[in-house]
Write a protein that binds this ligand. Structure first.
Ligand SMILES: C[S@@+](CC[C@H](N)C(=O)[O-])C[C@H]1O[C@@H](n2cnc3c(N)ncnc32)[C@H](O)[C@@H]1O
Length: 363
C-alpha cells in the first residue's frame, strides 16, 4: 500500500514508482530541473536493488522519455552515475556511456556538459585490482551528465564561482601588462576586472563523509536504516544554484533519502522526490522535521591534488611490469605499506634501487 505524500512548505515526497507518478500526475513542460542519482548497474548490489548492466539502457529509456516530456525548453536533466566493473576482470563496463549515447542519439537530449564528481574520501576499490594486484588505480570519480532539452538551458556560472587565487587577486590589484602569449592567445586587460570569483572547472571535489548529521541522528534515534547510497548535499546544490531560480520546480525521480529535496527547500525551490522504499521515506522526513539548519562547514574549502609527477624521479629505474597484466595473484600482500614496491609479479624481482622523489607542495 502506498503511503500518503509527505508535504513540506516547498515540496513533497511521493511514495510511488516515479514512472507511474510522472505519467499520471505531471504535466508537459512543467519542470525546470531533474536532478537524480538512479540506481547504478552495480556488480555488488545495494539493498534497494540495481538493474543488471545489460538491461540498464532499456530500463532507463522509459524514464528518460518522461523526463523529456516534463522538462521545459529551458530545463536541464542532471544524472549522477557511477561506473561499474565487469565481474571477475579488471575492466570497466560501458553502461553509463551507452546510456549517454542513447539519451542524446535516440531521445534527442543535448549534452550541455559532462562533469566529474571527485570524492576525495573514496576508498580504493575494487581492492583486488587496486590494492592486491596493483594493476588499476582508485576509481575516484562519478560522471555527472548535464543534459538539456534544447541547446540553450538556462544557466549561469556566476552562481557557482570559486574564490580567486592569491596570484589572481594580485594580478587584479596590481595589473598585468596586456600582451600576446607565446601560444598566440591575447591576454587582454579584461583579466584585471574583479568578477566576484573565478570560474570553476567541471571537476567537483566533494567528500562523501557524512557521519554525524541531523539526518543520521534522526534515523538512529528511531531505529531507521539510513539510506546506503546518499550523495552529499553539495552535489545537487551546485546544479540547483547554477540551473534554477527561486520558485522553480526540481524533480528527483530516484529520491532515496531526499537530499535533493532538502537542498531545494533551503534554497526556496519547489520540489518533488519519488521513492519506492518506505523506510527511506521515513528517514527522509527527518530532513524536514525540526531540522536545525545545517551548513556543513566542517568540510575543507579546498583540496591539494598532486601532480602525477610528484613522486617521479628522472633517474629512477621502475619495477618490471607483470607480463600477465596481473592475472595471477601476488603470493604475499602487504596492505600496510602504502608505497610498497609490487612484491607481486610471477618471478620478477622488484628493483631494490627504486628511489622516490620527495613531493614539493605549492599552495
Ligand atoms: C542511488 S539511490 C538515490 C539516493 C539519493 N540520491 C540520496 O542521496 O539519498 C536510488 C534510489 O532510487 C529508488 N528507486 C529505484 N527505482 C525507483 C522507481 N522506479 N521510482 C522511485 N524510486 C526508485 C531506490 O529505492 C533508491 O533509494
Amino acid at each position: 500500500m502506498l503511503m500518503e505524500p509527505f508535504v513540506t512548505q516547498r515540496g513533497r515526497i511521493v511514495h510511488q514508482d516515479s514512472l507511474t507518478y510522472m505519467r499520471q500526475a505531471m504535466a508537459d513542460e512543467s519542470v525546470d530541473l531533474i536532478f537524480t542519482s538512479p540506481p547504478f548497474a552495480l556488480t555488488r548490489k545495494k539493498d534497494y536493488g540495481n538493474v543488471a548492466e545489460d538491461e540498464y539502457v532499456t530500463w532507463f529509456e522509459a524514464f528518460a522519455c518522461e523526463f523529456h516530456r516534463l522538462l521545459k525548453p529551458t530545463g536541464s536533466l542532471v544524472i549522477d552515475i557511477g561506473g561499474a566493473w565487469i565481474p571477475g576482470q579488471p575492466t570497466r563496463s560501458l553502461y553509463h556511456f551507452e546510456l549517454l549515447i542513447m539519451l542524446c542519439r535516440k531521445l534527442q537530449f543535448h549534452l550541455a556538459q559532462e562533469f566529474y564528481w571527485w570524492n576525495p574520501s573514496k576508498l580504493p576499490t575494487p581492492a583486488e585490482w587496486v590494492n592486491v594486484r596493483r594493476v588499476r588505480v582508485k576509481d575516484g570519480v562519478n560522471c555527472v551528465f548535464w543534459l538539456s532539452k534544447t541547446p540553450w538551458p538556462k544557466a549561469s556560472n556566476r552562481r557557482v564561482l570559486w574564490p580567486y587565487s592569491d596570484s589572481m587577486l594580485d594580478l587584479i590589484e596590481n595589473g598585468y601588462e596586456a600582451k600576446r602569449r607565446p601560444s598566440g592567445h591575447d591576454i587582454s586587460d579584461k583579466f584585471q576586472r574583479h568578477n566576484g570569483g573565478s570560474i570553476p572547472p567541471n571537476l567537483l571535489a566533494i567528500p562523501n563523509t557524512e557521519s554525524n548529521s541531523y539526518y543520521l541522528r534522526y534515523c538512529k534515534e528511531r531505529d531507521i536504516k539510513p539510506h546506503p547510497a546518499r550523495f552529499p548535499a553539495r552535489l545537487p546544490e551546485f546544479f540547483v544554484r547554477m540551473l534554477t531560480d527561486v520558485d522553480d520546480l526540481v524533480l528527483d525521480p530516484f529520491g532515496g533519502s531526499c537530499v535533493t529535496g532538502e537542498v531545494c527547500e533551503s534554497l526556496d525551490r519547489n520540489w518533488v522526490c519519488c521513492e519506492v522504499v518506505p523506510e527511506y521515506i521515513e528517514g527522509a522526513k527527518g530532513r524536514f522535521t525540526g531540522m536545525p539548519s545545517e551548513n556543513n562547514r566542517s568540510e575543507p574549502d579546498y583540496y591539494k591534488i598532486y601532480s602525477p609527477s610528484a613522486l617521479w624521479d628522472s633517474d629512477s629505474n621502475d619495477d618490471i611490469l607483470p607480463e600477465d597484466g596481473g592475472q595471477s595473484r601476488p603470493q604475499t600482500v602487504n596492505h600496510d605499506d602504502a608505497a610498497a614496491a609490487p612484491k607481486v609479479t610471477n618471478g620478477v624481482t622488484p628493483n631494490p634501487a627504486k628511489r622516490l622523489k620527495q613531493p614539493r607542495l605549492i599552495d
